[in-house]
Write a protein that binds this ligand. Structure first.
Ligand code: GUN
Length: 287
């Protein structure tokens, strides 16, 4: 039987550490503050943004939610970011991805003060991650995946890891974390154009799936005894649910789980870790 890696439990541990650090900072008169910017009406983004703000409130952090319409201009988003850059009560700024198509996301990310870039998307923080300079911010989802691997006691040193997906948010930073000193995995980044993907994945002791396609990773992709981290949070229609949809990962859990040594479920795997690591980064920014 595989180990089902419980992201809710590990996230609760991270948040318990955070609560202590927050109390310490508050005793020094500092309340960490996070601003979350939502542009447009993407339904998943709306849910994520609300849960980030809710978690801040639960932990006694200051937070601000800024919602701009789906017709917002680049200048309007810039103006919000510049105001937040100057606001001394705000230590972390996050612009939820993806924004509507008229917004140049890369330009917005570059406009965020790198010292407040709790997403770790600014080029300065990307460079620090590549340079293994720990003064930067590490993107929350891959940082959460690393923490899950550690919590499950997974040895990464010398192991073959395959990251499926090359996004700025997950795939590329995940690969950098796995290959970094101390983690020491041998890393392949695969993506939609990779030839013989199943064969490439079957080499892996650790598979990280971050492609955004429901049930994409099947039994043929997984070596017996591998560890599988499923980053996908996909909405698939389900008329039997009140909401009309259910959440499903990038990994076909039913087909894959029994082959694995350990696997993360969806929901309840990587998802809760992303918010926990965001809170951790916000505390770091406040420090
Ligand atoms: N969209 C999906 N994941 C993330 C994330 O970690 N940060 C931001 N800003 N947008 C996202």
């Amino acid at each position: 039987m595989p180990t089902i890696i419980d992201g809710k439990e590990v996230a609760a541990q991270v948040l318990a550490e955070c609560a202590q650090e927050i109390a310490e900072l508050k005793s020094q008169g500092i309340t960490p503050g996070l601003a979350v910017v939502l542009v447009g009406e993407d339904p998943a983004s709306k849910v994520y943004v609300s849960s980030k703000v809710k978690k801040c409130a639960e932990l006694g952090l200051h937070s601000e939610k800024i919602v701009l319409s789906k017709e917002a201009t680049q200048e309007e988003v810039f103006a919000v970011v510049e105001r937040l850059n100057r606001d001394p009560t705000i230590h972390g700024i996050l612009v939820q991805s993806p924004p509507p198509p008229q917004i140049d996301e890369a330009a917005i990310v570059r406009a965020i003060n790198p010292a407040k870039d709790v997403d770790g998307f600014h080029p300065e923080n990307v460079a620090k991650l590549a340079l293994e300079d720990s003064s930067g911010f590490v993107p929350c989802t891959p940082a959460g995946c690393m923490r899950l691997l550690a919590a499950a006691g997974v040895e990464t040193s010398g192991k073959e890891a395959v990251v499926v997906g090359r996004s700025m948010i997950v795939g590329k930073p995940m690969a950098l974390l796995l290959v970094a000193k101390g983690s020491d995995a041998t890393v392949t980044i695969a993506h939609s154009r990779t030839k013989n993907l199943a064969e490439v994945c079957r080499r892996a002791d650790i598979v990280v799936a971050a492609v955004g396609i429901p049930d994409f990773i099947k039994a043929e992709h997984i070596k017996d005894g591998a560890v599988v981290i499923d980053v996908g949070i996909n909405r698939v229609e389900d008329a039997s649910r009140k909401s009309g949809y259910r959440l499903c990962g990038d990994v076909d859990f039913e087909a894959v789980a029994d082959k694995t040594h350990a696997i993360t479920p969806v929901p309840g795997g990587v998802g809760p870790m992303t918010i926990a690591m965001l809170i951790k980064n916000t505390i770091k920014a406040a420090r």
